[in-house]
Design a protein around this ligand. Sequence first.
Ligand SMILES: Nc1ncnc2c1ncn2[C@@H]1O[C@H](COP(=O)(O)OP(=O)(O)OP(=O)(O)O)[C@@H](O)[C@H]1O
Length: 218
Amino acid sequence: MLLTVTDIRKTYTTADGPFAVLQGVDLSLDAGETLALTGESGSGKSTLLHLIGGLDAPDAGQIMLNGVDIAALDDAGRARLRRGTVGVVFQQFNLIPSLKVADNIAFQARLAGQHDPDWAATLADRMGLGPQLGKYPEQLSGGQQQRVAIARALACKPRLVLADEPTGNLDEATAETVMDLMLELVAETGAGLLMVTHSQALAGRMSRRLHLRAGQIA
Ligand SMILES: Nc1ncnc2c1ncn2[C@@H]1O[C@H](COP(=O)(O)OP(=O)(O)OP(=O)(O)O)[C@@H](O)[C@H]1O
């Protein structure tokens, strides 16, 4: 199993007191599988994705990724694992404004010491980004920026791709094209995909779907 999440708990401290957003979440994902995570706004979807991506640590529970318990790693260990094993795509693209498209695509793979120029070029080509490689993110449309973000996430050949509303900022037609490309490339690499979405149509394109409600998988 690529990913096994067991009894994950997370409580935020807020001005109104403790808020238990995740109260014992279990899920698993195999390589080559695509999983949609749905749930009302505020149900904890992004929180769960961040924990699985090692961007934050749970209060309790186990997250086994590729045989490693990431919940037991320190910050540096989580960062290393994340760079080499996980590719993340956010709704807001999160490109680096001062870097050209080509360098944005290569950024994470370089950090992980896994930059493969041929693979980066293949991704850019498949994403239709050839003419944009020398441009800066601000010179690109939203759809083009999200294709750069997806290429960047896939450039380190991740075993797991995490996507948080990846097409939430795009118009319907662009969203469909971008999603087609992402699903195609994820399928070709054999990675697992966990995608947070509010779109039932999008969730229907995944091999499985889970719904988060009241801190647990419903
Ligand atoms: N760092 C934080 N400190 C305190 N509360 C937080 C923090 N991050 C998130 N929350 C709260 O935890 C809850 C879950 O947030 P989260 O972003 O995970 O939900 P979500 O399901 O992804 O929502 P949406 O669909 O609106 O993006 C929300 O009520 C949010 O206000």
